[in-house]
Write a protein that binds this ligand. Structure first.
Ligand code: NAP
Length: 336
């Protein structure tokens, strides 16, 4: 799918963007354009990657003209640029609308203008029945992407717009595991919001598998959701105390905008969701079910349950699995 292709990653210097670029460079891609604002991050990435197929483009997704030029001759777009820190966004909501919503609309317009083949946006569980502004802006990003197909004049435009949706990547900046590791290594008590809190567990490799799979096998207007296990904050505490040291704990309460459990598919979305074996797919409710089945050669079935797909009602990682995930994430080495 990617051999000989020209790819652009918005937010290509971010943690996902870099991991995705690394994975794509293992294929025979023609070029990968990294599109983001900060020149220092681009210079550092260029020297670390040292691959002639990478091109570094300074630009802001709020600037449609710049995006349109950047997308000239591009085949596949991965849209990862976003403002994502919940407390920052609660304090600066207007800025998140400009980047996460209007910026995403610009990506769509620029893809249509340049007749890009496939565009995949990176969504989050926080967009499901959103409680905070970040989630609400990412919900709108998803909606813009999956409905962009509805307005296509098929003779004029060919772009396939798709979305993926997943939860916190283990070890991503601002998430609970690196925070606890930092606290334990500084001999401080770990700060627990609520011992009952649960989160879906996804590694960067699993996220990349989902994204690459969506880009290569996605049909149109779909949201792809991985099948994941979950962990509770208490599970994380116990695993880290065994791996590092027991420095004690302090309960600090749930922060504004935070949920006790995260949901990947809510109970209304379940009605138009399909089980594809290794993942779920939420179809555009405007699409005809028979059409959807035909496009998957009738090999798919509707999700066989009525409750939400939530981090408190899926299988939990065992303590050993969690310890292995943490160890393999490299977080313990990085922070030594
Ligand atoms: N991390 C997770 O656990 C997680 C989970 C689910 C979904 N997601 C989604 O995955 C995507 C990537 O997340 P991440 O963890 O890689 O984030 P990240 O490390 O914060 O990277 C964000 C990237 O976006 C760029 N960016 C921000 N605003 C921009 C703008 N206006 N124009 C152009 N580039 C801009 C940043 O570079 P500059 O600042 O230099 O522009 C950076 O390259 C986001 O859409 C996020 O919502 C993340």
């Amino acid at each position: 799918m990617f051999d000989g292709k020209k790819i652009l990653i918005t937010g290509g210097t971010g943690s996902l963007g870099q991991a995705l670029a690394r994975r794509l460079l293992k294929t025979d891609v023609a070029t990968i354009r990294i599109f983001s604002r900060n020149e220092n991050k681009q210079v550092t990435m260029e020297s670390e990657f040292h691959d002639k197929r990478l091109r570094f483009l300074i630009g802001d997704i709020r600037d449609k003209e710049r995006l349109t030029t950047a997308l000239e001759d591009v085949d596949v777009v991965f849209h990862a640029a976003a403002l994502k820190h919940v407390p920052v966004i609660e304090y600066n909501p207007f800025e998140s609308i400009k980047t996460n919503v209007i910026g995403s609309q610009n990506v769509i317009d620029a893809c249509l203008h340049q007749n890009v083949e496939t565009a995949v946006c990176i969504g989050t569980d926080k967009a499901v029945s959103p409680l905070n502004t970040y989630g609400a802006t990412k919900l709108l990003m998803e909606k813009l992407f999956v409905t962009a197909n509805n307005y296509l004049n098929r003779q004029k435009h060919r772009t396939k717009f798709l979305a993926v949706r997943y939860g916190n990547v283990v070890g991503s900046s601002g998430s609970v595991i690196p925070k606890f590791i930092e606290q334990i290594q500084a001999k401080k008590k770990i700060t627990i919001t609520d011992p009952k809190m649960t989160r879906f567990s996804i590694t960067m490799e699993q996220a990349l598998d989902l994204i690459m799979d969506a880009a290569s096998s996605g049909k149109e207007s779909e949201i792809y959701v991985p099948k994941l296990k979950a962990y509770s904050i208490t599970d994380v505490k116990e695993a880290l105390f065994e791996l590092l040291d027991n420095t004690g704990e302090e309960i600090v309460g749930i922060r504004p905008g935070e949920k006790l459990h995260e949901v990947l598919i809510n109970k209304d979305e379940i009605r138009c969701s399909w089980d594809l074996g290794n993942k779920y797919m939420i179809a555009n409710p405007l699409r005809d079910e028979n059409d959807i089945k035909r496009s998957y050669s009738n090999k798919i079935s509707k999700i066989d349950k009525v409750e939400t797909y939530s981090s408190d009602n899926v299988e939990r990682l065992s303590k050993e699995e969690l310890k292995k995930t943490i160890t393999e994430s490299g977080l313990l080495d990085a922070q030594k």
